[in-house]
Design a protein around this ligand. Structure first.
Ligand code: F6P
Length: 351
């Protein structure tokens, strides 16, 4: 049995832990030959495939390493044209791949689904710091991103207090506010603004003014996809050749500019950006990624293809790729953490 593995989309702490677990599990349990495909689908759709063998030795010692040893691409899309699809499938056939394990986010799962429909047996492993993939209540990389964002908020607290400032910190997360919500609560933010709840600038200003009388400073944690009531999301760039062309970013600066006229103290903004995606995964993410990798290997060995590994109510499972590709798992408006935040006096920017 010859199995390929690739990592697609943006990188994420824990990818190497998955590569290691898939490889070790397949080697140990069925003696499969495992090959890594370089730079996501780019390594399978060029003139010649770019591959490297994965064996016990070269996946040892990578569990705690950030990024992906295989490289990744968030632009390569074999479904862009019939010629690209054909070449990708031809390379997979020529390599003798009995299955492809695709580790990635919703874009990668959509491509995997498209290739599966054209006859390539695929198993998907959900990856994203955003925690927004349908069917997966906790994706690896999220815990690490929350830990990094939490530490940043804590660090901003001491400087905010010293200068009596309003400090805004922007987290990633695209259209889902999970990182902002959990890091905001863990970092003791006073205001948490999410893509799921449009914020009222007057309400945010009122919190800052009220806090200026007592604590002197205010910490605001905002998810990059948040927007004011009646306003638009802040788009940093359009990458027209990417399966997901919108790059959000910069909402903290937009909020700073909108908030400053309402206040006498200084308002400053910090955009955390890719810091949240870099470096070593937390122990939680290492464990989760290892479980996901092993589960993917089990799906391959059972011949249970065209499915993605899932986590539901704490239990590993799988779902059809066809069911994954539609939708984003955003924060439900009745989520208990929103209630907790409100009840302990955290503003969600509501009037
Ligand atoms: O999906 C993960 C993510 O980090 C998002 O939170 C963010 O909006 C996006 O990727 C950034 O992508 P890129 O690395 O292409 O700028």
């Amino acid at each position: 049995m010859r199995i390929g593995i690739l990592t697609g989309g943006g990188d994420c702490p824990g990818l190497n832990a998955v590569i290691r677990a898939v490889t070790k599990s397949l080697l140990r349990q069925c003696g499969a030959e495992v090959i890594g495909i370089e730079d996501g689908f780019a390594g399978l759709m060029g003139e010649a495939p770019r591959i490297r063998p994965l064996d016990w030795a070269n996946v040892s010692g990578i569990l705690m390493r950030g990024g992906t040893i295989l490289g990744t691409s968030n632009r390569a899309n074999p479904l862009r044209s019939e010629a690209d699809t054909e070449r990708t499938l031809a390379h997979a056939r020529a390599l003798g791949l009995q299955a492809l394990v695709a580790i990635g986010g919703d874009g990668t799962m959509a491509i995997a689904h498209g290739l599966a429909q054209r006859g390539l047996p695929v198993v998907g492993v959900p990856k994203t710091i955003d925690n927004d993939i349908v069917g997966c209540e906790r994706s690896f990389g999220f815990d690490t991103a929350v830990a990094i964002a939490t530490e940043a908020i804590e660090r901003l607290q001491t400087t905010a207090e010293s200068h009596s400032r309003v400090m805004i910190v922007e987290t990633m997360g695209r259209y889902a506010g999970w990182i902002a919500l959990e890091a905001g609560i863990a970092g003791a933010a006073d205001v948490i603004l999410l893509p799921e709840i449009d914020y009222d600038i007057e309400a945010v200003a009122a919190v800052c003014r009220e806090r200026a009388q007592r604590q002197r400073y205010t910490l605001i944690c905002i998810g990059e996809g948040a927007k004011p009531v009646g306003g638009q999301q802040t788009v940093q760039a359009w990458l027209h050749d990417s399966p997901d062309p919108v790059r959000l970013g910069g909402v903290a600066h937009a909020l700073r500019a909108a908030l400053q006229p309402w206040l006498t103290c200084e308002v400053r903004a910090t955009v955390l950006g890719h810091v949240q995606r870099g470096g070593s995964p937390t122990p939680f993410d290492r464990v989760l990624a290892t479980q996901f990798g092993n589960e993917a290997a089990l799906l391959v060995m059972r011949g249970d293809f065209n499915r993605m590994v899932t986590l539901h109510e704490g239990r590993l499972g799988s779902m059809a790729l066809a069911d994954v590709v539609h939708g984003t798992r955003t924060v439900p408006l009745d989520h208990p953490l929103l209630r907790t935040a409100r009840q302990i006096g955290v503003s969600l920017g509501e009037p």
